[in-house]
Design a protein around this ligand. Structure first.
Ligand code: NAD
Length: 358
């Protein structure tokens, strides 16, 4: 533990977690434990076969498969699934996949109050948060409500083995960003600090190993464990400049989610470093480095993440617009937002240069 304990609030988000290898086989027991008789299985179109395998395993307790989940939880997709829920008397959901499928399960739970079992296959961490982002008419709205929290989460390392190399790296650094920002959140607390530090260490060790050998089961297990903890951090405390920048950049320039996080994180941490010396000290120990922002920049290189925002489609003349938007309606941040320093941060991130602590 670092520093004095002080006064804090810690809200534990309820969920039963099963972690391991081959754990998806426990699904029938978990369905029975919840007393469910007619579950609907959810997935994206590419994971329809995995969803069908679960349906076969569940036999009579499965009311059907809906494999129409897509990114950003469009409301029309949720409504199409909702029709099946009503037609077939569905009494619970099983979501297998990444954040897109989990999002659909959460949107259905919000509307029906039915229980969810989530089987995550990426490192996005949505299964641990009470956050739901939905899109309608091209506009994304986000809400925070315990109604969308799953009842059970089954982490099965075996199901993550097929996650492609590049997606594993950027999805993993995206997860690290949740933990890093949790360490300096306004509502940080010792329990989340502990999870965040453990998560950063686990992912920083596992991701380069996965990049070298995607079939490294031990590294995959460590990454999934780290991603679980990162999701718990995201669900428990507020986020700061890093998440604000990524949401602004993603929404304004339609940049890819995980890649944008990978590029921005070292720069956002460097920006905040002078304001959070205790966090930097902790990260030095966890990452075994004397320069944590640079270590995260190097981690991006090791996992093959794109280097600069210019590489993921952001126009150079967007830097001024992004600076303006980042300063408008800011999230709370440990260092006050200084326009010229934010512009400098974005210029370096755009060019793909190493982070600079000023
Ligand atoms: P995703 O769920 O869209 O998955 C990306 C692609 O990878 C999909 O085609 C999927 O079928 C495929 N895939 C997933 N697992 C695989 C595996 N093991 N092997 C092979 N292919 C696999 O992407 P994501 O990054 O997991 O989630 C992104 C979405 O989640 C975004 O919409 C984001 O906003 C949301 N999100 C929400 C929260 C929250 O707390 N609400 C947190 C994180 C992310």
């Amino acid at each position: 533990m670092d520093g004095s304990l002080g006064t804090f609030v810690y809200t534990a988000n309820p969920a039963r977690v099963i972690f391991g290898s081959g754990t998806w086989g426990r699904l029938p027991d978990e369905v029975e434990r919840l007393g469910l008789k007619r579950v609907l299985i959810l997935s994206t179109p590419p994971q329809a076969d995995d969803a069908q395998a679960l349906a076969d395993r569940l036999g009579g307790r499965c009311a059907g498969v809906f494999s129409g989940a897509v990114m950003h939880t469009p409301v029309d997709v949720t409504e199409a699934a909702l029709e099946i829920v009503h037609e077939r008397g569905v009494d619970g959901f099983v979501a297998i996949g990444g954040g897109s499928t989990t999002g659909l399960g959460k949107a259905l739970a919000l509307r029906t109050d039915l229980p969810q079992i989530v089987i995550p296959t990426t490192y996005a961490g949505s299964e641990m948060t009470p956050i739901l982002g939905e899109t309608a008419g091209g506009k994304k709205t986000t809400q925070n409500t315990p109604k969308v929290l799953p009842e059970v989460v089954i982490y099965d390392v075996d199901l993550t083995m097929s996650l492609p190399r590049n997606l594993s790296g950027t999805s993993g650094i995206n997860a690290i960003a949740h933990a890093v920002e949790a360490l300096y959140a306004r509502d940080r607390n010792p329990i989340i600090d502990m999870m965040a530090a453990e998560a950063v260490g686990a992912l920083a060790d596992a991701l380069p190993r996965i990049n070298i050998e995607p079939g490294d089961h031990d590294a995959r297990a460590k990454a999934l464990y780290g991603a679980w903890l990162c999701g718990a951090c995201l669900g428990a405390v507020g986020m700061s400049i890093h998440h604000k920048l990524c949401h602004t950049l993603g929404g304004t320039f339609d940049l890819p989610h995980a890649e944008t996080h990978s590029i921005v994180l070292p720069h956002a941490l460097a920006y905040n470093a002078p304001a959070v010396p205790d966090v930097i000290e902790r990260l030095k120990r966890v990452l075994n480095t004397d320069n944590p922002p640079l270590a995260l920049y190097d981690l991006g290189a090791k996992v093959g993440a794109p280097r600069g925002l210019k590489d993921v489609g952001m126009p150079e003349d967007g830097i001024d617009r992004a600076t303006e938007l980042a300063l408008a309606n800011p999230y709370w941040n440990p260092r006050s937002l200084e326009e010229s320093a934010i512009r400098g941060l974005l210029q370096r991130a755009w060019r793909g240069e190493p982070p600079v602590i000023e």
